[in-house]
Ligand binder design. Structure first.
Ligand SMILES: CC(C)(COP(=O)(O)OP(=O)(O)OC[C@H]1O[C@@H](n2cnc3c(N)ncnc32)[C@H](O)[C@@H]1OP(=O)(O)O)[C@@H](O)C(=O)NCCC(=O)NCCS
Length: 154
């Protein structure tokens, strides 16, 4: 059974390994360490609040999600989501995404958006299946590639 829970400091090495295996330009470990140090909820000085939850299967972290609420509460933002390759295709990504949407709804945030690499067809299909729609393009967002922005009205 998969449980979604706040990130712990002891999860960080596994998270870093998943991050490095999933992304061409992985995030620096200190971001995960900071979120773990604050039980997955960090107030950002000038931009809002960041949240992190992990998908836990019998004490193994098999995925994680990070989302943000902007300071003016106008929208939420999915900042990072990943599931280990061997645990994909079982709905874990969807349950993490829906958890973030529900959290935003309880805060009365009307909209959520994100950026994804144009070539990341699996993730784009995943977001579309969750009800998100393409809303724009950011040129060279990833330095070597455009981002497609997706959004959803909550
Ligand atoms: C994107 C990701 C988080 C999806 O996680 P997941 O747990 O496998 O997703 P789910 O099992 O909930 O999939 C839900 C739907 O998304 C779509 N989907 C997921 N993976 C897909 C793939 N490889 N190809 C096409 N569609 C896919 C399907 O429609 C799927 O529904 P179905 O199983 O009924 O067909 C996972 O593939 C991942 O970690 N990828 C690497 C990291 C990444 O790219 N993150 C996004 C950065 S913007």
């Amino acid at each position: 059974m998969t449980l979604l829970r706040p990130v712990r400091f002891s999860d960080v090495p596994t998270i870093i390994a998943i991050e490095n295996s999933c992304f061409e330009s992985p995030w620096e470990p200190d971001i995960f360490e900071t979120l773990a140090g604050w039980d997955g909820e960090v107030k950002l000085a000038d931009s809002g609040i960041a949240f992190m939850r992990v998908a836990d299967e019998e004490d193994d972290v098999v995925g994680y999600i990070i989302w943000m609420v902007h300071l003016d509460k106008s929208r939420g933002h999915i900042a990072n989501i990943a599931v280990t390759e061997e645990h994909r295709g079982r709905g874990i990504g969807t349950s993490m995404l829906k958890h973030a949407f529900d959290n935003l709804r309880t805060r009365e945030i009307p909209r959520c958006s994100l950026e994804v690499r144009e070539s990341n067809h699996a993730a784009r299909r995943f977001y579309e299946k969750a009800g998100m729609t393409p809303s724009g393009r950011v040129r060279d967002y990833y330095s070597n590639e455009d981002a497609i922005t997706y959004s959803i009205d909550l």
